[in-house]
Design a protein around this ligand. Structure first.
Ligand SMILES: [Zn+2]
Length: 80
């Protein structure tokens, strides 16, 4: 009755041979930035962007970036 458990989807144990996480960039990944990261791998400014959904983890902008960015700027003005 030995069932093969190796294919169990709930098993998240790290695999030392294949679990080599892509090394974190040493610079903010947002295009045109390249500052030193201070939060996660973003600079402080772009960490805010990430929280607001302006960029994803890879520093890429979504299709509706402009819309989100305008909303972000408006929020910044209100907070100031
Ligand atoms: Zn940045």
């Amino acid at each position: 009755m030995a069932k093969d458990k190796s294919a169990s989807p709930g098993n998240s144990a790290p695999n030392p041979s294949a679990g080599n996480v892509v090394s974190l960039p040493t610079r903010c990944p947002v295009e045109g930035c390249g500052k030193k990261p201070s939060r996660m791998h973003f600079c402080s400014e772009h960490f805010e962007w990430f929280k607001m959904g302006l960029v994803n983890r890879q520093g890429e902008r979504p299709k509706d970036f402009d819309k989100k960015y305008q909303a972000y700027l408006r929020k910044q003005e209100k907070a100031a």
